[in-house]
Write a protein that binds this ligand. Sequence first.
Ligand code: APR
Length: 248
Amino acid sequence: MDLQTVQAWVTGAQRIVGFTGAGISTESGIPDFRSPGGVWARNRMVDFEEFLTSEEGRVEYWRQKVEAWPAMRAARPNAGHAAFVRLHSLGKLSVLITQNIDGLHQTSGLPRQAVLELHGTTTEAACLSCGDRITSDEACERVEAGERAPRCLKCGGFLKPATISFGQPLSSAVLRRAQSEAESCDLLLAVGSSLVVEPAASIPRVAKYNGARLVIVNREPTPVDEIADAVVRGEIGDVLPAIVGQES
Ligand code: APR
């Protein structure tokens, strides 16, 4: 499918749902998960069960968090994020569903209510017992000061970055809203995701099976490509601004 056709679909669409993965933030200096050198090539994955049951697992989880936090904190949105802000300012973007935890869609200018964070946010840590939240700056300072796996100061429960680990349930309210937006959009633009992690990866399928056009923008093939109306290969910062009619 040529780029002009995809541009014309975007121009003609009225309810676009954006769906993003880690690939949209690599040009901001945040590594993705499954590319060479990505997070899972460099880190041992601590799943939710291990976090709940093992002090060693919690220590390792927080070690990884403290290591990644300075780059995450310093990252700034890029041309890919700006492309979704343009769609929003044109009144075409009904919602931006993201698997990302970096908060860059909000920093780029999308209103909070327009962003659905399926996998939570890394900007805060939450107590798994009472739900109290503190900033990641505070949590990381405490780890660096010697609390290797910090506990909630209010109730003593386990503090965990407010992100969703493997084996941890997603917010059902956020997931339901994402599914319902996917059901009612006329175009879903899936950008920078390997589309292999469920239930997130089903969202583009829901849109397609409910009559929307599905456009995938990614450097590599995904398992959902076969049902997409268009697959655009390339660097997101190059192709996404063009797709939304924005100068790059
Ligand atoms: N331009 C185009 N594509 C890119 C770019 C780029 N600049 N950078 C990366 N990509 C592509 C990669 O080729 C890859 O296919 O983005 C995709 C990112 O895939 P993953 O690393 O698997 O990230 P994601 O799909 O967001 O992962 C889903 O897995 O580990 C969990 O919870 C984590 O939310 C994450 C989930």
